[in-house]
Design a protein around this ligand. Structure first.
Ligand code: SF4
Length: 176
């Protein structure tokens, strides 16, 4: 188990979510080709985070790996509820697995937690719970991510989200 936590220290929540969005993006981001700051969508997400929820504990970073928007205690005080604030639910699967990874990471540290995805613009909340099956899947995903990162740049494949991606010109600049 310690091997997994040790190995997963360089796997951030963003990388988990990129694994579900695009392997090319995952590879570029992991190789420090990071253009996301220039992306308007990311800025909108950050603005949302700053304006929609005002809590005591915000942007909690653990081991410089996990960055949770805010954390609160469950009503009975027995576990933590980790919150992530998202702009839209178009990438719901990626959001769910990112949260699942946070729950996995907390569990590896012996901390019981549940997750909640918050979509304030569409007034939606989604509860996320980590099962034993999910924990095994997370371990597979981590191994897979290492294989992708250590390999060659995966060829870009055009999809709907590409036009809004910060790497669009990098991937398809010649096609413009
Ligand atoms: S532009 Fe498309 S293929 Fe390229 S990294 Fe972004 S999502 Fe992936």
């Amino acid at each position: 188990m310690m091997d997994n936590i040790h190995k997963s220290t360089s796997i951030t929540g963003v990388k988990i979510s990129y694994y579900f969005i695009c392997h090319t993006k995952l590879w570029l981001f992991s190789h420090n080709i990071q253009l996301e700051k220039e992306n308007e969508n990311v800025q909108i997400g950050k603005d949302l985070n700053e304006t929609s929820y005002v809590r005591d504990k915000k942007d909690i970073t653990i081991d410089q790996t996990i960055s949770v928007d805010f954390i609160e205690k469950s009503k009975n005080g027995e576990k933590l509820i980790l919150h992530e604030i998202k702009k839209s639910n178009k990438m719901e699967e990626a959001h769910q697995w990112q949260m699942m990874y946070y729950l996995y990471y907390f569990k590896e540290k012996g901390i019981e937690a549940e997750g909640e995805l918050n979509y304030p613009l569409i007034n939606k909340k989604e509860k996320v719970i980590l099962t034993e099956k999910d924990r095994n899947r997370i371990q597979e995903i981590i191994n897979d991510i290492f294989k992708i990162i250590e390999g060659k740049l995966p060829s870009p494949k055009k999809k709907t989200i590409c036009s809004k991606c910060a790497y669009f010109e990098f991937c398809f600049g010649d096609d413009l």
